[in-house]
Structures are given as structure tokens and as C-alpha cells.
Write a protein that binds this ligand. Structure first.
Ligand SMILES: [Fe+2]
Length: 303
């Protein structure tokens, strides 16, 4: 049995104080949004108690699907690196970036480069894209499973939160998935944006979701995990190798009841069952803002 934990949209606070020059961009909007409500929405205490509960479940590995920061200040990337180091070493934690992690263009050494150890695979396709010091898609082989990390994080215009996979990632993904299928791995695709067309409005959508869906349908995957919507969702994509559950998880920090559900994470218990895979999902999170963190849902995804 392999247990994979999934958390997303950490939106770490409090926000470091920016220099005036750092706000001469889309960051100004994000900074105002933070002080107009997001700082009350994303609670550090909520996050810390959620993570403590997750640790108590002793997952074999933790996947974090982006939006660790808020307005992509260099100091935020350092805080997020420290948070990741507390969460676990790079061989126990895997990260893919979200749109807030690319809120504005940031030099790799001051931005995503701080997390590169958490976004690194081995034997990745030479045709994959280098984004700073990281190559996407990256593949991590962990016992019976393989994590395939995609980056949909791109800087966008104000009031936009869309994402895109570049042609190289889309081009190399089918061969990577096919090779992992041949090797008998349980394939888990990680992406920040909802991967299927229609899962969110156009301002927040993955621009080439139809192309990703086609690639997944052709080559297959056993599980697809994403964040971004701050909602729990379960869809099923029919692929050439069977049905792939596509699961979105709420933000790990939401501490106020409102438009989005309170903080939650999911655990996926994966094991071989003869010629098939068994995958059961347990969702744990808050039923009320004051807690405690509790089991919300338990559902058999495949068997
Ligand atoms: Fe997002």
C-alpha cells in the first residue's frame, strides 16, 4: 500500500512587506486583494493544524499542486521554501507551480529556483521544457507509482488567472505516460489548473485543456490531481487504459466559511489488486472554522 497525500493552494501568509517598486505591476492588485480580505481568508493556524493532521496519517509522499505564494514576491518564495523544508525533504514532497507562483515574471534564482529540489525528476524527456532550473514534465518514480509534474503556471494580465502548457510539455507527455504504462506504474499526473475543458471560467482556465485531455485519453493515467478552484471535485476521464479519476482539492489554508469550502487535503491509498489497481480516497479537513480536522469523505475511486 502506498499513501499519497495531496494539498494545494497554500497561499502562505502573512504577506511580507513589499518595496514600493515591487508593486509597480499586477502585484499591486494582488496586494490590495490580500489586504481587502484574503489575509482573513487564508489562515496560517488553519494550515498548520491541517498539516499536523496530515503528518499524523503518515503518508508515504506529499504532492503540492501550486499557489504556495500570493503575489510572487522574492521574500514569499523564500518563506515557501522554508515551509516546504518543514513539510519534508525533497524525496518525500513534490511540487508543481500555480498561477500565483508566476503572478509576475520573477528571475529563477529569486523565485521558483528556491523550490527546484521539489520539482525535479530523473530520466526526464530531453524534449521537455526548461523553466528556469526545472524541466517539465518531470517524472518521479516512487515504488509502485510515478508522479508526472506539469507546469501550467504562466504570468498573465491583470484580472486573469489562466494557465497554459507549452507545446514541448504537451508533445512529450504521451510518450512519458506510455513508457510508464509499459513499466506497470500507477501514473499520477500533477497540474495546478483544472485539466478538463469546462471545469472553470475562461479567465481562470487552462487554455489548452482540450489538448491535455486528448493526450490523457490517448496515453492514459491512473489519477489526475489539481488545485486552483479551491473546491473538492471528482470527475472521471475515460482513457484508452480505463477510467482516470480527476480530483480537485480545496485550498489548504481556507479558514473562513464563505464561497469556498474550508481547508482540506486528500489521501490516496494505492495498491495492486491482481492485474488491477485499487485506489481509495480519504478526504480530511474542517467542518467548521474552529476545527477539529476530521474525516470528511471516504470513497473508492478504482478497484
Ligand atoms: Fe491558482
Amino acid at each position: 500500500m502506498f499513501t499519497l497525500a495531496h494539498v494545494s493552494d497554500v497561499h502562505l501568509g502573512p504577506l511580507p512587506r513589499p518595496h514600493l517598486g515591487q508593486l509597480m505591476s499586477k502585484r499591486l492588485l494582488g496586494y490590495l486583494n490580500w489586504h481587502r480580505g484574503r489575509k482573513e481568508l487564508y489562515q496560517r493556524d488553519t494550515l498548520d493544524a491541517l498539516i499536523a493532521d496530515m503528518r499524523a496519517q503518515a503518508p508515504d509522499h506529499i504532492a503540492v499542486t501550486g499557489d504556495l505564494v500570493n503575489i510572487a514576491l522574492p521574500a514569499e518564495f523564500e518563506l515557501a521554501r522554508d515551509w516546504l523544508q518543514d513539510l519534508g525533504p525533497p524525496d518525500r514532497v513534490t511540487v508543481v507551480p500555480g498561477n500565483h507562483d508566476a503572478y509576475v515574471p520573477v528571475p529563477d534564482a529569486q523565485g521558483l529556483g528556491h523550490w527546484s529540489e521539489y520539482m525535479r525528476g530523473c530520466g526526464d524527456a530531453a524534449t521537455a521544457t526548461m523553466v528556469g532550473s526545472t524541466r517539465f514534465p518531470f517524472v518521479r518514480r516512487l515504488g509502485p507509482i510515478a508522479l508526472i509534474g506539469l507546469s501550467s503556471a504562466i504570468p498573465t494580465a491583470p484580472f486573469m488567472a489562466s494557465g497554459a502548457l507549452d507545446a514541448a510539455q504537451l508533445g512529450s507527455l504521451p510518450a512519458i505516460l506510455s513508457e510508464l504504462h509499459e513499466a506497470g506504474r500507477f501514473r499520477v499526473v500533477l497540474i495546478h489548473h483544472p485539466p478538463l475543458p469546462g471545469q472553470t471560467g475562461w479567465r481562470r482556465a487552462l487554455r489548452n485543456a482540450p489538448a491535455l485531455r486528448d493526450a490523457l485519453q490517448r496515453a492514459g493515467a491512473e489519477l489526475v490531481l489539481f488545485g486552483h478552484n479551491h473546491m473538492q471535485s471528482l470527475d472521471v476521464l475515460e482513457t484508452a487504459h480505463g477510467a482516470a479519476p480527476v480530483v480537485g482539492v480545496p485550498s489548504a489554508s481556507t479558514g473562513l466559511s464563505g464561497r469556498h469550502p474550508l481547508a482540506r487535503y486528500n489521501l490516496f491509498h494505492i495498491e495492486r489488486a491482481g492485474a488491477r489497481w485499487s485506489c481509495e480516497m480519504t478526504g480530511r479537513g474542517y467542518r467548521s472554522p474552529d476545527g477539529p480536522v476530521d474525516q470528511i469523505e471516504r470513497i473508492q475511486l478504482s478497484s
